[in-house]
Design a protein. Structure first.
Length: 757
């Protein structure tokens, strides 16, 4: 069913254009012929290059560079190899090494490192070895002359769901020397040969990137950019607080996209999803984000964010704007994209900063990218008509460089030359800085300490100082003089980071922490204050500390961002703060007080921040376990592990009347989907995308739907349920009258007419 009233001739024209795109795509994908990029529109001043293609690789998903300049690529040919998704669990995944032997800018050698992998999803070169995920495990394997050596199980519960769209991915080495992942609440680090796992917050769905300070950014399928306003663990100290204003913030509010042609999307039948020419209007498959951090591109591109939109054959550019408590990403152009193609098989899935400052694109290059579990009958019909399921067996690694520029040589990394390694921390290219830090830390090259002192306290600020500080922090190697210099530095990030490091530093004993925090707070710098507020309460607990927070409550009385950081830092001291605050009421601090009171109430009611609990596979003895597993697989990526919802994507389930109320109504929404707006507990929620129904998924039985309902009613409600599989079977047939999905109005109308119980 089509949503608008376009005439038959226009529909036929669009269909014909798509067929033409398909056949031209087939023509140029012949591996015997050079790759034709004439259908790609690239921002003027830039050039798109093909570095690798079939038959050297197929279905690439993830890549990384080693210190020799070679590409390591994870291949996933089993993902939607046909329209029914058959063969997904066959051992067809590989990790290969691509090399440019003749140095002509194109890879000419492909070497298998690992093969016979089942649905691998993530990969990262680190600690002179390779981390990779093969569900449910995260493995580390040593590299011995390009062959796998000793293999170590890092985590047996890295992947918790069966659906590949909702599995942990994007292993990302951050500046804090920890490895984070999208769609995961765990982070990892290796020390003295042992792997450490800690809990963090769940972030994103497909891909992850970071800014120069180490703040994490990510997305979900219909939100191109979300991110944290603070460093990864800064707001996660209080187990009774689930942060809402400091992490997982909506960075990009504009979710429009501008494809060149009438691309096919899963819910193209939903009203308003396509324009009059059949082109998608809004983002539905955002993935692989990247913040560009190099100087090869023009200066105004440094710090811009880019994101893959494979459904529209697009790479989008956004301009980042920062202040102390807000980060905004604004689309660089109206009705225009950084890269857009009419090649329907161009499926960018990941972006990377390259060693020389170029942008690298991993192009899955295939016809079908929608997983079978969520494929609508509408999309299946379009795929079959256009034979998109026959575009398989391809893959590309592309590179974006300035037109006509000479590309710098690959940098040399010598572990014996620590002076040059430290100097590389000041490189304009983030890949070089990151690798230099990793070589120093992961090889424990402590002979570099004196050079790191010199870099950290340089008078003219550079991002290399931040790298040097994190290395010294990892080794607990700050000298007293270096720490004093950093605390006195006028840059708020240097002085603020130095103060936060005192929590776990042997230098802590050398400072009066409350006095130092008060002195720094006199600068009245909001960025510096965020570091102080999130740190001091974790280090000290006397009345002077409470006085400091009382002062900050006065300064930021109406700001929930700073209140959240305070509650996190003062974990276990919430009542002490409230009692102290009442002794001399801070005008206008009700917002802070209410948040402290809420956390106290959460503690009494045992309402933990469930996201920070360790994730385990296959716990025994709970009849709702099947529902939990299915919820994680099909629902939690949007609604959250703890049912708290996702901004601009999905409403909260915890305490929602749609969960606590009629189970018939809940089942109808689950089976047939729902589009907003929606009201929950009197609050209106708007969304960037509709919720797809699971009723068309042949892999989900009536018993599976019942299992999810049982879990929802147990986890997010105090109500029981008596709905049966027979009733669910009946509700499968009760589709919305317009044949699409339910709205609030249609649900109310249906309730009145059918007397839902």
């Amino acid at each position: 069913m089509m949503v608008d009233k376009r005439s038959n001739w226009l529909q036929s024209l669009i269909f014909g254009i798509l067929l033409l795109c398909f056949f031209s795509c087939q023509e140029k994908n012949n591996p015997e012929k050079p790759i034709d990029l004439s259908t790609y529109q690239v921002e003027p001043g830039f050039e798109l290059q093909v570095l690798a293609s079939e038959p050297l690789l197929i279905a690439p998903m993830v890549m990384d560079f080693d210190l020799k300049g070679r590409m390591w690529v994870l291949e996933l040919p089993g993902y939607m190899a046909n329209i029914d998704g058959e063969g997904e669990h066959d051992p067809t995944g590989r990790i290969i090494i691509l090399n440019d032997r003749d140095r002509n800018g194109r890879m000419d050698e492909s070497k298998i490192f690992l093969d016979k992998l089942i649905a691998p999803r993530a990969m990262l070169l680190a600690y002179d070895g390779l981390l990779y995920a093969e569900p449910p495990n995260l493995w580390f394997v040593e590299i011995e002359e390009d062959k796998p050596g000793k293999k170590i199980l890092v985590d047996s519960a890295y992947v918790l769901t069966g659906n590949i769209e909702h599995q942990a991915n994007a292993l990302t080495m951050n500046i804090d020397n920890w490895i984070y992942s999208a769609r995961s609440n765990a982070r990892y680090q290796r020390k003295n040969g042992n792997w450490i796992k800690e809990q963090t917050a769940y972030r994103g769905q497909w891909g992850m990137t970071k800014d120069p300070l180490g703040r994490l950014f990510y997305n979900d399928n219909s939100n191109q950019f979300q991110g944290d306003l603070v460093l990864p663990m800064a707001a996660l100290n209080n187990p009774w607080l689930k942060p809402k204003h400091s992490i997982r913030q909506q960075i990009a509010s504009d979710q429009r996209m501008y494809p060149l042609h009438a691309a096919i999307i899963n819910r193209g039948y939903v009203e308003g999803s396509l324009d009059e020419y059949g082109r998608p209007r809004r983002i539905t498959s955002a993935c692989g984000p990247m913040i560009y951090q190099s100087d090869l591109f023009p200066a105004d591109y440094n710090g811009n964010s880019f994101v893959c939109l494979p459904e529209g054959n697009i790479i989008k550019r956004n301009i980042f704007e920062y202040d102390a408590e807000k980060i905004l990403a604004t689309q660089a152009w109206e009705k225009k994209e950084f890269i857009a193609s009419t090649d329907i098989a161009f499926r960018p899935v990941n972006l990377y900063n390259g060693p020389e400052g170029a942008m690298y694109i991993v192009d899955l290059h295939k016809g079908v990218i929608q997983h079978r579990a969520y494929m609508s009958p509408y999309l299946r019909e379009k795929i079959e008509a256009l034979q998109l399921d026959t575009i398989v067996g391809y893959g590309r690694i592309l590179r974006v460089v300035p037109e006509g520029d000479t590309i710098p040589e690959f940098p040399v990394f010598d572990k014996e030359d620590v002076i040059r390694l430290v100097d590389k921390l000041k490189s304009p290219h983030v890949w070089v800085r990151d690798k230099a830090q990793q070589v120093l830390v992961q090889n424990d090259l402590k002979t570099a300490v004196t050079d790191l002192f010199d870099l950290a306290v340089e008078r003219e600020f550079s991002i290399g100082q931040i790298h040097a500080m994190w290395i010294l922090h990892e080794w607990d190697a700050f000298s007293l003089l270096t720490m004093k210099d950093l605390l006195n530095n006028t840059n708020p990030h240097l002085s603020g980071l130095a103060f936060s490091f005192l929590e776990n530093s042997s230098r802590r004993k050398d400072f009066d922490l409350v006095k130092t925090a008060n002195e720094l707070s006199q600068r009245e710098n909001p960025e510096l204050d965020a570091y102080l507020i999130s740190s001091l309460g974790k280090m000290e607990s006397d009345r002077k500390v409470l006085q400091f927070y009382k002062m900050m409550a006065r300064r930021y009385s109406k700001n929930p961002f700073y209140a959240e950081l305070a509650v996190s830092a003062l974990s276990g001291k919430e009542q002490a703060y409230l009692d102290f605050e009442r002794m001399g009421k801070v005008s206008g601090s009700d917002l802070w007080n209410e948040l402290f009171k809420q956390v106290i109430a959460n503690k009494k009611e045992n309402k933990l921040n469930k996201e920070m609990l360790p994730a385990v596979n296959n716990p025994n003895g709970d009849k709702r376990q099947k529902g939990l597993e299915l919820y994680r697989q099909y629902c939690s990526v949007c609604h959250g592990e703890a049912g708290g919802g996702t901004q601009n994507l999905a409403p909260p389930l915890d305490g929602s009347e749609y969960v606590t109320g009629s189970t018939d109504r809940l089942a109808l929404i689950m089976l047939h989907g729902m589009q907003g707006p929606i009201h929950i507990n009197g609050k209106r929620y708007e969304f960037n995308a509709a919720m797809p129904g699971i009723g068309e998924n042949p892999n989900l039985s009536d018993q599976d739907v019942l299992s999810i309902i049982l879990f929802l009613r147990n986890a997010f409600s105090t109500e029981g349920t008596d709905i049966s599989t027979e009733r669910i079977k009946e509700l499968r047939e009760l589709k919305p009258k317009d044949g699409t999905m339910y709205t609030e109005e249609l649900l109310k109308e249906f309730e009145n007419m059918n007397k839902i119980e």
